[in-house]
Write a protein that binds this ligand. Structure first.
Ligand SMILES: [Zn+2]
Length: 373
């Protein structure tokens, strides 16, 4: 073999070897990158949530700039416009509002000259954009205070979850849809209207996560046997957030179990209509130092009563929980949503199940039935 040929063969071998090493290492890098990208979304999200959390800014605007937001008031309309604009500013998709067209003429405290809206915004799913995790909270209030605990906290936490997810460049497999409902206080009209108008998507809603229990921190979620394993995985990052605000996955035989008790039942807030439509719907459990039901539905329900650390934490839990559920390989199990003897047409008042209001509140640590009498 001529020397020049030998050199040519050696050079070719070296080039081939290098190419295979590069392609091998690039495959390896892609694999590593995919994993570390997933990790870093959660890490980035927690970092934004802890170091630059805006939840109290959102709450301040709602309560001290806009103030009380009864259904049919100009304030509620202003709040919906503001929230819609903020979702656009955060970079969410499909931002719009949907007008509620059917409002009972006898709905209490309702001025029908001002239209009512649900505000909607999406973080689109990267693999299954037509499957959803819905994050909900009601943006209306009564007219006694400025609607801070009830339910400025739920709205501000949902909005901050949306902001930090977008900022962390989260690309969940399924769409995370944020809905701020109007007219909850006069009969859950916003959530009922949404479920009626979008009955076709309900089988594709993996979970509905509703916050409406005031300013204590989110401390847990109910789970049936079939959900336990998945929730252990989804909420693992939540459990290590802050030892002073622990998170418990509370096992129940049926998701409807909380209908039997007061509060947290399907009758009490906007998760109710989703539950009725067969969606695994959840009312975040909340705990903390704030007395319940005070100050919801009193003139004391103002910004200064809300614990900032609790609310920052709750916004982080919502973001991590929604992201984790949206990234599962499957929709959440619909098994054991209802107890067999309860039909979906039953309209159980969870408060009527408790002997006294005090009994109800102390058992369930919740505001809802305690304040809505
Ligand atoms: Zn409420």
């Amino acid at each position: 073999m001529k020397r020049s040929n030998r050199i040519f063969i050696y050079l070719s071998l070296i080039i081939l070897l290098s190419l295979s090493l590069i392609s091998g290492s690039s495959k390896f890098s892609v694999g590593k990158l995919a994993t570390s990208n997933n990790d870093s979304v959660e890490k980035r999200l927690i970092s934004f949530a802890q170091n630059n959390n805006k939840v109290m800014d959102h709450l301040y605007h709602l309560t001290d700039r806009i103030a009380a937001r009864p259904s049919g008031s100009k304030n509620l309309q202003a709040a919906c416009e503001w929230a819609r604009d903020k979702f656009v500013e955060f970079g969410l998709s499909n931002v719009h509002w949907e007008r509620l067209t059917i409002v009972p003429a006898n709905a209490a405290n309702y001025n029908n000259s001002v239209p009512l809206y649900n505000v909607i915004a999406d973080i689109p799913g990267s693999e299954k954009p037509d499957e959803y995790v819905i994050v909900g909270a009601h943006i209306d209030s009564d007219d006694t205070g400025t609607g801070a605990a009830d339910n400025g906290t739920g709205v501000a936490a949902a909005m901050e979850a949306a902001r930090i997810l977008a900022k962390a460049d989260a690309k969940p497999k399924r769409t995370i849809r944020f809905i701020l409902f109007s007219a909850e206080e006069i009969g859950k009209l916003g959530s009922k209207a949404y479920v009626d108008a979008h009955a076709d998507i309900m089988p594709r809603v993996s979970a509905m996560l509703n916050m409406d229990q005031g300013s204590n921190y989110i401390s847990g979620i109910y789970a049936t046997n079939g959900l336990m394993e998945h929730f252990e995985r989804v909420f693992a990052p939540v459990k290590s957030l802050d030892p002073d605000m622990p998170f418990t996955i509370e096992k129940v035989e049926y998701l409807s179990q909380n209908m039997k008790n007061c509060c947290g039942g399907r009758g009490s807030s906007d998760h109710g209509p989703f539950f009725e439509a067969g969606v695994p719907a959840f009312f975040w459990l909340q705990e903390g130092k704030n007395p319940v039901p005070y100050p919801a539905h009193t003139k004391e329900d103002t910004y200064d009563k809300v614990n900032a650390e609790y609310l920052k934490h709750s916004s982080t839990v919502i973001a991590l929980g929604a992201y984790g559920i949206a990234n599962l390989n499957h929709l959440l199990s619909r098994e054991n949503i209802f107890e067999k003897e309860i039909t979906s047409n039953d309209d159980i008042d969870p408060c009527s199940q408790s002997k006294t209001e005090a009994d109800c509140c102390s058992k369930q640590k919740s505001t809802e039935c305690c304040v809505k009498k």
